[in-house]
Write a protein that binds this ligand. Structure first.
Ligand code: ADP
Length: 509
């Protein structure tokens, strides 16, 4: 157990000018606040520790075990040993345990949400939404666990039978980001455990507390020791821990969500021992509004898609392309919606819709993109300023062109840059001129156009007249440098399964 403190003279930001002083405390019941690693069903200390910070204030929340190579190796060995038994559990037994874990996550949703808000900064309402989303993967994969089927195939020879069976790959290393500290773990681990794999999770250094709370609930659910392990570590130790997790011969599978740069480094590690990999990397989502769109729905979709988690999701709309006939009215209505709906502040304030960015570097990146765009002729319609610490004003830019920084790189912040276009062909060319392709959105009421554009967008996921599309039932993943593999859906379990061909010969029939 650990006591975490979220206090200090926090200056709460409301709008641009008003600063209030407030003290917050993180009251979480039960044993959900943990500071040690979770290895082989036990809470284990590492020789060093690192600080977890409140991104709103920079104040230290608590100190967590800073795992290094020995703890990572211990966790891999524990997972490998546990795998020998876990894989022999019936699918129904695994399903029941995942369901118990799901029930416990639901039961503790308020407390788990508070932990997310404290370490990640997102508003409580969004944190509660994330816990529901996170739990939905445990529920979904508790159901999918029982639907892993093989095939019997017609043979070419009369004395043979051909059987295809699916088997768990083994130990999976799971490396996750800070922007969905809970859901990015369950989306991978739910599928892995359903398949019969065991896991070692390395959570992001910014948000280890959510991972450790999940470990506590996994233990309470009765998930056996060694099946779910968590090794938190600092940014400094991440390369060494990551190397163990991606090169140890006992590890069969790597699942990573994070930046494209880190993903490429882990892919190189994986190559040495030819491990199976899933990579969910960066996005640069286009959001296209065609002349035929319902403008109010497009504005609502833009708000939801852009400002969730203050713009810090890999499926956030990043490049807004608006057709000339609807451009002015869309811009005007979007500006009004931003004024009416967005409130900057600490995530624990009930009125807050825009929390801090994860750190000051993130806010500086958004500011840099704004400065670059304005210097090249973009019009600053709203916001544009970095506030205290890692807070950033929600920002709207018009008259943007495709060569500006904000249209070239992922923003990961509350910035909407609007580029005016004339033809569908032009919009598609701009949208597809990217090395990555995770999500894409467009608004149109022209059925033929809907089919054309949905098929031609070079992305893994398309929202048609919809700005929020993530759900446990649908496959999540991208094309190009946005990654490899799919998570969630009926396909998610396949990432943790091998297909084995069994030929039974010499049969006399
Ligand atoms: P961000 O820049 O948003 O933090 P990263 O891709 O760097 O995105 O981080 C995502 C996850 O990858 C985090 O858990 C982080 O600790 C981890 N990570 C970063 N660098 C490495 C590395 N060299 N080896 C293993 N894990 C890493």
């Amino acid at each position: 157990m650990v006591s975490c403190c979220l206090s200090g003279g926090l200056r709460l930001l409301r709008g641009v000018n008003r600063m209030l002083s407030r003290r917050y405390s993180l009251d979480v019941s039960g044993d959900l606040l943990r500071s040690q690693a979770f290895i082989n069903g036990r809470w284990v200390s590492a020789p060093d520790s690192f600080a977890v910070l409140d991104p709103a204030t920079g104040a230290e929340l608590c100190s967590v075990s800073d795992c290094s190579v020995p703890q990572a190796q211990e966790a891999v060995t524990a997972a490998y040993t546990a795998f020998q038994t876990w894989k022999t559990h019936t699918a129904k037994e695994r399903s029941v345990l995942l369901r118990k874990w799901f029930d416990l996550v639901n039961h503790h949703k308020e407390d788990l949400a508070k932990i997310i808000t404290a370490e990640c900064g997102k508003p409580m309402k969004e944190s509660i939404g994330e816990i529901a989303y996170s739990a939905s993967f445990l529920e979904w994969f508790s159901e999918e666990a029982r639907r892993v089927y093989g095939d019997i195939v017609s043979p070419a020879a009369k004395d043979r039978k051909i059987l295809l069976i699916k088997q768990p790959v083994g130990v999976a290393s799971v490396i996750t980001p800070w922007n969905f500290p809970s859901a990015m773990i369950t989306r991978k681990v739910g599928a892995a455990l359903a398949a019969g794999c065991t896991v070692v999770v390395k959570p992001a250094e910014d948000t280890p507390l959510s991972a450790l709370a999940l470990a506590e609930l996994a233990a309470q659910a009765g998930i056996p020791p060694g099946v779910f392990n968590v090794v938190p570590c600092s940014r400094e130790k991440a390369p060494a821990v990551g190397e163990v997790l991606c090169t140890d011969p006992l590890v069969a599978k790597i699942s990573f969500t994070g930046s494209t740069a880190t993903g490429k480094a882990l892919l190189k590690h994986a190559a040495g021992t030819v491990k199976k990999v899933s990579m969910e990397l960066g996005g640069h989502a286009p959001f296209i509004v065609f002349d035929s769109a319902d403008v109010d729905k497009a504005v609502a979709g833009a708000m939801a898609s852009k400002f969730r988690n203050s713009g810090q999701t890999c499926v956030c709309s990043n490049r807004f392309l608006v057709q000339s006939g609807i451009h002015d009215v869309f811009l005007e209505k979007l500006g009004k919606a931003m004024d009416a709906e967005l409130r900057v502040g600490h995530g624990f304030e009930p009125t807050t819709t825009q929390g801090p960015l994860i750190n000051t570097r993130a806010a500086e990146k958004v500011e840099r993109q704004v400065t670059d765009a304005v210097s090249q002729g973009a019009v600053l319609v709203k916001g544009g300023k970095r506030l205290e610490g890692s807070f950033m004003q929600p920002t709207l830019l018009s008259n943007v062109s495709a060569d500006m920084l904000c249209m070239q790189e992922e923003t990961f912040g509350p910035l909407i840059p609007i580029l005016k276009f004339n033809t569908e062909k032009e919009a598609l060319a701009i949208a597809n001129a990217s090395q990555v392709g995770l999500a894409g959105y467009f608004y149109s009421q022209d059925l033929s156009q809907i089919w054309r554009v949905a098929e031609q967008l070079e992305v893994g996921m398309v929202g048609v007249n919809e700005g929020l599309i993530s759900t446990a039932e649908a496959p999540f993943g991208g094309v190009k440098q946005s990654g490899l593999g799919r998570e969630g859906s009926k396909y998610g379990v396949d990432e943790y399964l091998e297909l084995k061909y069994v030929c039974m010969g010499g049969l006399t029939l």
